[in-house]
Design a protein around this ligand. Structure first.
Ligand code: GUN
Ligand code: ZN
Length: 447
């Protein structure tokens, strides 16, 4: 006998995006229900809309048995999507970096070497997953370390919490400490075994993860390309054009290739479901080639500022047709909060003279990320059938926010103040597949 359907009703100020609002804030791209509702059945959205209309449509048995979460006056958004982070680097956030290559050698590689011990990976994975939820993030594209068990640890932590997550073992066979080196053959064996174990299990997806061109031999990049060609449903993540010294190094290591992007193109690594971290120093033609291939860039503004890498040009990238998601890039980034990250994205956009609007910002952190990861059939908004991952934000979580909100005149101003002044203190609750998974549970039934 099948279990009865579990119905959940959520009441609050519901905002979600149907499309990219674009540079002119297209009003058809989003829906906002001031007294809004989500009706969730067995973890998926059945309907989203005004509370009175949703209630009027409910069959009487559902109305009487549904669990109610009452968040009136709070903002309900689809779960935030972090399109690029390194879970093993949680413990080195805030390490004096100078620039990328020094920071990798001085802090990152030693931290990742400690993941040879499985217990370190398990403890860190549980910590990171819980902190993501506490920050309103429900899906992420995650780098593990070169150790296969670091992926097992992360996926186990995600599976326990029923999260939709992407993760992969870092492939790295040169220009790094011996303790962190694999080989082309090992890269193939480990990746294949992890794909067998995890890809498509529940809500989990495997991501081929060559760290970046300088730490993989041509033979290893060829293995990554072969694996991707053999399983086009896999994702692939790496880094691209983050830092000037890094770019010069790639040109030195691959003199036969026309450019950094050209290296990845040569090995068949640029396609749909490829997510490039950073992508700061790219030409218009390169952005267009990536867009035509269906690839995405993870916009990592806190990390880009922290490591002095430069300011990603969001407006030029989207104008070229590129998919762009928001990312913390922990531990180059300075925290797990995508809300704080939005404030930095705004500042980066200002340096290019194209300020990011609040509507486009919240799109970027939700549906934009889901689209960048090709997960928008599952998550990213509240269309019927989507998995009901969402976060509940308190507009007035700090005295400064409360003071500012007092004088806002419309929704766009409120959303802008929230993205600039907000942070994880605003996260009242996070729900996964409809169920509340942070803070105390106050479920009641509809009267
Ligand atoms: N490039 C190669 N590895 C890394 C990393 O761990 N962090 C960042 N920000 N850039 C990288
Ligand atoms: Zn990164």
């Amino acid at each position: 006998m099948s279990l009865p359907t579990r119905h959940i009703l959520v009441r609050g100020q519901v905002l979600h995006f149907l499309n990219d609002p674009g540079p002119t804030d297209d009003p058809g791209a989003w829906e906002f229900f001031d007294d809004g509702a989500l009706w969730i059945a067995d973890g998926r959205i059945r309907a989203a809309g005004p509370w009175p209309a949703i209630c009027a449509d409910l069959p009487p048995d559902v109305r009487h048995t549904a669990h109610l979460h009452d968040y009136q006056g709070k903002l309900i958004l689809p779960g935030l999507v972090d399109t690029h982070l390194h879970y093993p680097q949680a413990g080195i956030m805030g390490s004096y970096g100078r620039q990328l290559l020094d920071w990798l050698n001085d802090y990152t590689f030693p931290a990742e070497a400690r993941f040879a011990e499985r217990a370190v990976a398990e403890k860190t994975a549980a910590f990171v997953v819980d902190r993501l939820l506490a920050h309103g993030t429900t899906t992420a594209s995650v780098f593990a370390t070169v150790h296969a068990h670091s992926v097992d640890a992360f996926f186990e932590a995600a599976e326990t919490r029923q999260l939709r997550m992407l993760c992969g073992k870092v492939l790295m066979d040169r220009n790094c400490p011996a303790a962190l080196q694999d080989t082309p053959a090992r890269a193939r064996e480990d990746s294949q075994a992890l794909i067998e174990r995890w890809h498509g299990k529940g809500r989990l997806g495997y991501t081929l993860t060559p760290r970046f061109a300088p730490t993989s031999s041509p033979a290893q990049l060829a293995v990554a390309g072969e694996l991707l060609a053999s399983r086009p449903d896999l994702h692939l993540q790496t880094h691209l054009a983050e830092n000037r010294a890094e770019i010069a190094w790639v040109e030195h290591l691959f003199p036969e290739q026309p450019s950094y992007l050209g290296v990845y193109e040569h090995f068949g690594l640029v396609g749909p479901r490829t997510i490039f971290g950073h992508g700061i120093h790219l030409s218009k033609a390169e952005r267009q080639r990536m867009a035509a291939a269906g690839a995405a860039v993870a916009f990592c503004p806190t990390s880009n500022a922290f490591l002095g890498s430069g300011a990603f040009d969001y407006a030029a990238s989207t104008a070229a047709g590129l998919r762009v998601g928001l990312a913390t890039d922990v531990g180059g980034g300075t925290g797990f909060s995508l809300i704080r990250t939005l404030a930095h994205a705004y500042e980066a956009s200002q340096t290019h003279g194209t300020p990011l609007s609040a509507l486009r910002g919240w799109y970027l952190a939700t549906l934009g990320g889901a689209r960048a990861l090709y997960l928008d059939d599952h998550i990213g908004n509240f269309q019927p059938g989507r998995e009901a991952d969402f976060t509940v934000l308190d507009w007035t979580a700090t005295p400064e926010l409360a003071w500012r909100m007092d004088s806002t005149r419309n929704l766009a101003e409120r959303l802008f103040a929230l993205m600039i002044l907000g942070d994880e203190r605003c996260v009242e609750a996070t729900h996964v597949m409809g169920e509340k998974c942070t803070s105390s549970d106050k479920k009641t039934t509809v009267s």
